[in-house]
Ligand binder design. Structure first.
Ligand code: APR
Length: 391
């Protein structure tokens, strides 16, 4: 039987919802997590995999990083390619020992679900929130079967298409949206990684990004037209374009293998302001979206969860509302900084003016930006500050 009442009703068992729930429960704040999918689905949904060092530090402090440290891979470099040449960028000596970890998002969600349930947490799979009522009074989450969960606070961690953001009256929320005029075809392949770091290839026919996932699984992204679908990209075309765009003037080996999943990623940015309405707080993709370049979406979702947890713990344990009241303002400053960086990096990596008369000029500007990045220590330091994430 579902609890009738809780302090924090968390909608969504993605990275944001699960980290929030674990931190709240461990601090003695009562919460219930509602997740519309089943446990199997949540634990296997392949998404991003780049975890910033500060998130790893947080997980380590809460004894949640065991599997990540054991099986994740350290990443301390990124490579750019252009015109048959490599432009490797190492994080050291500028990064002060900080690196990324490559650990698929669904593995971390699995770890957080296990930790929360081991702590005795209340998590309801296959339980969708239909609507949220009385956000400025005593909020109630309405479920599909007509039952209700009364909460002091609702945490909307239900992703891009959830109910939480839509529960806020239109006039109370400003959403700034940006749509790029190209898309990325995302390709997951059973192929060992062809590099031990991310490769961002700049190419006149469009960007190609290679990211390792696990020792046997790789992801490739190919810049493509917005209207293109998998039907336009049979396997032979995928591998042909990957070869062309990643080509080097020196010998190197591209590992290929069966394509297990593909999708067209709409290149979209979104920020909703404020991230709070009455007793509803938004976290993660429910409040903001970034395109996948730079791997920021996953890390922003976890950082939201951490800040919201700290604010709500203070609110429920000492009655001090100041930190939770400042949540939206505090997070939005950081989210806009990440948006600016990702927007800049999208321009760096993707072939601009795709298919237009300006394309040749813009591609030269793009090449000049890459040259400046690897030639100027000041520019490189500024890049790494955001890419590795220590600001
Ligand atoms: N009721 C209950 N659960 C819901 C509902 C609903 N009405 N709507 C959505 N959900 C669940 C989804 O099934 C999903 O498990 O909310 C969860 C949201 O998880 P994510 O989409 O992973 O969102 P978030 O935790 O914010 O993590 C963001 O995901 O898209 C990537 O790049 C992004 O890495 C970032 C991360």
């Amino acid at each position: 039987m579902l609890n009738e009442r809780t302090q924090v009703g968390v909608i969504g068992a993605g990275p944001a919802g699960m980290l929030l729930a674990v931190l709240l429960r461990r601090a003695g704040v009562d919460c219930v997590v509602l997740e519309r999918r089943d446990r199997e689905y949540v634990a296997n949904r392949a998404r991003g995999a780049t975890v910033e060092h500060r998130v790893v530090d947080l997980l380590r402090r809460h004894d949640l990083a065991g599997n990540l440290l054991r099986t994740g891979a350290v990443e301390d470099a990124v490579e750019f390619r252009l015109g048959g040449r490599r432009y490797p960028v190492r994080y050291e000596p500028l990064a002060g020992g900080r690196s990324h970890y490559i650990y698929p998002q669904q593995f971390l969600v699995r770890d957080l679900v296990d930790a929360y349930l081991a702590d005795g947490g209340d998590l309801r799979f296959e339980t969708a929130a239909e609507a949220i009522d009385d956000l400025t009074g005593q909020p109630r989450i309405r479920l599909a079967d007509g039952r209700e969960l009364r909460c002091d606070v609702v945490a909307g961690c239900d992703g891009e298409y959830g109910v939480a953001r839509r529960a806020i009256p239109a006039g109370a929320l400003r959403c700034a949206d940006y749509q790029y005029d190209y898309a990325w075809l995302s390709v997951l392949a059973e192929a060992p990684p062809s590099s031990d770091c991310v490769i961002n290839a700049l190419h006149e026919s469009g960007a190609c990004v290679h990211v390792r996932r696990t020792p046997t699984v790789s992801r490739f992204y190919l810049q493509c037209g917005r209207d293109e679908t998998r039907a336009d990209w049979p396997d032979e075309r995928i591998w042909k374009e990957v070869r062309i765009r990643l080509a080097l003037d020196e010998p190197w080996t591209l590992h290929t293998g069966p394509v297990t999943d593909t999708g067209t990623v709409r290149m979209r940015s979104l920020v909703c302001d404020p991230m709070r309405y009455g007793s509803l707080f938004l976290a993660g993709d429910a409040a903001h979206i970034v395109p996948p370049v730079g791997g920021k979406g996953f890390n922003l979702a976890l950082a939201d969860a951490q800040e919201l947890a700290l604010g709500l713990i203070e609110r429920f344990t000492t009655g001090d509302h100041r930190r939770s009241d400042a949540y939206s303002q505090h997070r939005l400053a950081r989210i806009w900084r990440a948006q600016e960086f990702v927007h800049w990096m999208m321009d760096l990596v993707n072939t601009p003016g795709y298919g237009t008369a300006d394309a040749a000029f813009l591609h030269r500007v793009q090449a000049a930006r890459l040259t400046r990045l690897v030639d100027s220590p000041a520019y490189l330091a500024a890049f790494l500050e955001d890419y590795v994430g220590w600001w």
